[in-house]
Design a protein around this ligand. Structure first.
Ligand code: ADP
Ligand code: ASP
Ligand code: MG
Length: 818
């Protein structure tokens, strides 16, 4: 016999239940099995929340319960056969009628008793078992649901009630004595001898499976979940967590105890007692072996098999001179805690015996403190023991692995890496079995600590960079395509893994620490209604998980640049194609410049991907003096003037440019010259010129300033009026052997953009089409200027420039040890 348990994550939607049915059918063909199911994913949480809402009378419990009922009806309709459906739906109705009665009671009393909570929570499993059994029958498997309250007997305590082993074992054996239909057993729930419903603690369906397995001396207990087994860390904290092929029971127990929620901690005991192997398998990858757990110690490359953590605990410290050398203090301390039923997560005693630290759940902290104060009242009055020190918002982080026994230097490596990341360790404990080293850190440091320790023991062959992208328009979209194309090669050739953790547009962000596939990121963002705020994305990026972090801004918005400062100050780099922040008021530019020197990359804000900014920065860095900059910086205006020079009417040229998408939706944006002025201002400021936007003298290409106030239609109607002027300008330029160029010029005391007649011989007169050009006249390049020229627009090119900046940011982060 094998026991297969399917968790809520494997049953969250009807199509997942179909998968589960497939796995069950295949397993049944290989030998006898029994199935244990959790409630559908999220149902237990919702039931408990509904009960609390009723007690609070916040008016939401009714709709919460309606929603749950609907969800089960929909599942039944899609999974059960037609002949069974009516009866199943009736059963669902009856169950929810009962839930409403229970919850109504809570609302009258304005509180939820533990009993009520257990009774309400239990219906999730009874319904999922009924629906899964019906789904199996529809697919030709003779199955029936089995209420575990008939099998598992516990003490009266709620939520994590103690199992009465002998009675339970007998009942299970009796129930399974006769071969019959495949049993689909409700996980998590049990009952007392008086038939009062109890539960085995959150996540307790694993325990149900293990209890069944041990009572039936099963060949194996398989826990089917949504990950590839027991990983080296929680994948929502460490993106590169790797699955363990094998673990010992002890290792699994330690990992589970210290927060690896993939297995409910008590579940290991029954299996270990009967030496029943446990498999942790992935419902979504059934052919993957998963993790195999037995009592045979296992060899592995790393002495550490996993890093786990428990967030938000409270650290209590008892200290005082009166404790030194006095025996029995620890016994009295833990006696006082045991009397109140407080469970201690971790203990550490200084060898001076001057202090004992221990960690409890925040909900237990108050009771613990009171009980200890009473226990040591006499010593406190005598000044022998100080008041208990209570530190909230702490986390326990543990490195676990039997291999730590044989290898020295593990602790040194662990503390070394924490030190390098500036993480302060509040308390340390090492079990004498040397199976784990656990330590307490500030809750804010938890994620960083887990990642740092993980990286120290599971060295990947590549380094990861976390990227948050704002803007999925032309440039952002093209960048995502380039990511998708280049990702594999970058990993192969440069050992670099691009990890897109968030994408955002103006309506908010989608955030996934496990990574978002760039190929489907746009689609994913568009189809997500429930967005995160931009601030949440930035907060995520601010947290140092030991990887390089980059905020990429492909928007033209004013809100995203406001986040550069916080991102830069947290040590992230910012790569941006957004021109606004570099050409705004002077004080804003100063704030930006000072926020993260050297970590802000914006090559594409002038001339798209052309190396304009980099060239200027290198000239400055190597001590050259830049005397003059001239630029042809608008592909749109370049195209227009080309067409006019070739004899086309200005109005017609403008219409063509507009139709081909070369202009902004309102072409006056381009004709006004502001975009060119911004680029010139950006270059000026990089040169150290303290210029404000008003300091740039802008001569618009718009023939008449009043046209700025027209409606767009009126504007288009009047454009032909400008044709004549343009012909005249063109002809006089031609007569003088010159060419019309919309030029940006920065010289001593001069910063201006506007239409110029330029000698045909000059570099800037030879630019064609939508090309850009920037000419630097410097001390070194004084006879002929240093010229950067080429296509300076287009989403694909701009994205490639952003990509290049990103790679530069990563190289410099690694080289600079950011
Ligand atoms: P189920 O619904 O199948 O019982 P759970 O949600 O209870 O699944 O447990 C699986 C989840 O546990 C994973 O999705 C993962 O987020 C989390 N988890 C935490 N630590 C680990 C770990 N070390 N290995 C695997 N999963 C872990
Ligand atoms: N449904 C229960 C819970 O959510 C038990 C389980 O999932 O194992 O805690
Ligand atoms: Mg679980």
């Amino acid at each position: 016999m094998r026991i297969l348990k399917f968790g809520g994550s494997s049953l969250a939607k009807p199509d997942r239940v179909e998968r589960v049915c497939g796995i069950v059918r295949r397993s049944r063909d290989e030998g006898p099995i029994a199935v244990v199911v959790s409630a559908f994913g999220g149902v237990t949480d919702s039931l408990i929340a509904a009960a609390h809402a009723a007690a609070r009378r916040d008016g939401t419990s009714g709709s919460r319960i309606d929603g749950l009922e609907k969800r089960h009806q929909v599942a039944a309709e899609s999974l059960a056969s037609e002949v069974e459906l009516e009866e199943l739906l009736e059963r669902i109705t009856t169950v929810f009628r009962h839930v409403r009665e229970l919850v109504h009671g809570a609302s009258i009393l304005r509180e939820t008793s533990d009993r009520t909570l257990d009774a309400v929570a239990s219906v999730g499993e009874t319904l999922s078992a009924a629906i899964v059994a019906a789904a199996l029958r529809r697919r030709g498997v003779e199955a029936e649901d089995c209420d575990a309250r008939r099998l598992i007997v516990t003490e009266p305590r709620v939520d994590g009630a103690r199992v009465k082993e002998v009675e339970t074992r007998e009942r299970i054996r009796r129930h399974f004595a006769e071969p019959g239909r495949l049993q689909v057993v409700t996980g998590f729930i049990a009952s007392t001898e008086d038939e009062e419903t109890t539960t085995l603690g959150r996540g307790g369906s694993d325990y149900t499976a293990s209890i069944l397995g041990s009572a039936l001396r099963a060949e194996a207990v398989e826990l089917w979940t949504d990950v590839d087994g027991v990983l080296s860390a929680d994948p929502s904290i460490v993106q590169d967590a790797v699955p363990n092929e094998r673990l010992s029971y002890d290792e699994l127990m330690e990992l589970a105890h210290f927060g690896a929620k993939v297995v409910h901690p008590p579940s290991v005991h029954p299996a270990r007692r009967e030496s029943i192997p446990l498999w942790i398998k992935n419902t979504f990858r059934p052919d993957w072996a998963g993790t195999f757990v037995t009592d045979v110690p296992t060899a592995s490359a790393s002495p550490v098999r996993g890093v786990a953590s428990i967030g938000r605990v409270t650290l209590l410290r008892l200290e005082g001179d009166g404790m030194i050398g006095v025996s029995g203090i620890a016994m009295r301390l833990f006696g006082a805690l045991a009397r109140e039923g407080v469970s201690v997560i971790m203990i550490s005693q200084a060898s001076s015996e001057h202090s004992i630290c221990f960690v409890v759940s925040p909900t237990d902290a108050e009771v613990a403190a009171r009980s200890i104060a009473e226990e040591f009242a006499v010593e406190r009055r005598a000044g022998l023991i100080d008041d208990l020190v209570i530190e909230e918002r702490q986390s326990v982080v543990a490195a676990i692995g039997a291999g730590m026994r044989e290898r020295c230097g593990v602790a040194a490596r662990l503390f070394g890496v924490l030190g390098r990341h500036g993480i302060n360790v509040r308390a340390i404990a090492q079990g004498s079995s040397e199976l784990n080293i656990s330590l307490v850190v500030d809750a804010d440091d938890e994620v960083k600590a887990v990642n740092a320790i993980h990286d120290a023991f599971f060295v990947p062959g590549w380094s990861r960079v976390e990227i948050a992208l704002a803007g999925i328009g032309g440039v952002g979209g093209a960048l995502l395509e380039q990511f998708a194309e280049r990702a594999a090669a970058l990993e192969r050739e440069r050992g670099l893994r691009l990890h897109l953790v968030a994408v955002a547009d103006s309506r908010g962000a989608v955030l996934n620490p496990a990574g978002i596939d760039p190929a489907s990121a746009v689609q994913r963002l568009r189809s997500t209604e429930d967005r995160e705020a931009l601030d949440t994305m930035i907060e995520y990026l601010e947290c140092d998980r030991g990887s390089a972090r980059v905020l990429v801004d492909c928007t033209a918005s004013e809100t995203v640049p406001a986040k550069y400062g916080p991102a830069l100050r947290s040590g992230a780099a910012v790569v941006t194609a957004n021109k606004l922040p570099f050409a705004g008021p002077l004080d804003e530019w100063h704030a930006l410049r000072d926020a993260g020197p050297g970590r802000l990359y914006h090559e594409t804000t002038v001339g798209a991907a052309l190396p304009v900014i980099r060239t200027l920065q290198e000239l400055i860095a190597t001590g050259d003096r830049v005397r003059r900059i001239e630029g042809v910086l608008s592909g749109t205006l370049g195209f227009l003037l080309d067409q006019v020079t070739a004899g086309r009417a200005f109005s017609e040229a403008l219409r063509i440019a507009h139709e081909r998408g070369y202009t902004e939706p309102d072409p006056r944006e381009d004709l006004g010259g502001r975009d060119v002025a911004r680029k010139l201002l950006t270059l000026a400021r990089l040169l150290g010129r303290e210029l404000s936007p008003e300091d740039v003298d802008v001569m618009p290409l718009l023939p008449d300033e009043s046209w700025g106030a027209l409606l767009l239609d009126e504007f288009w109607a009047r454009v032909p009026e400008a044709d004549e002027t343009m012909v005249r300008l063109r002809d006089s330029a031609a007569a003088a052997g010159k060419r019309l160029v919309y030029l940006a010029q920065l010289g001593e005391g001069e910063a201006r953009v506007g239409l110029e007649m330029v000698d045909r011989e000059r570099a800037c007169a030879r630019v064609r089409g939508s090309d850009n050009l920037v000419a630097f006249t410097t001390d070194r390049y004084h006879e002929t200027p240093l010229v950067v020229q080429g296509p300076g627009a287009g989403p694909g090119l701009t994205a490639s420039g952003v990509f290049a900046d990103l790679l530069r940011a990563i190289d410099e982060a690694e080289g600079g040890g950011a």
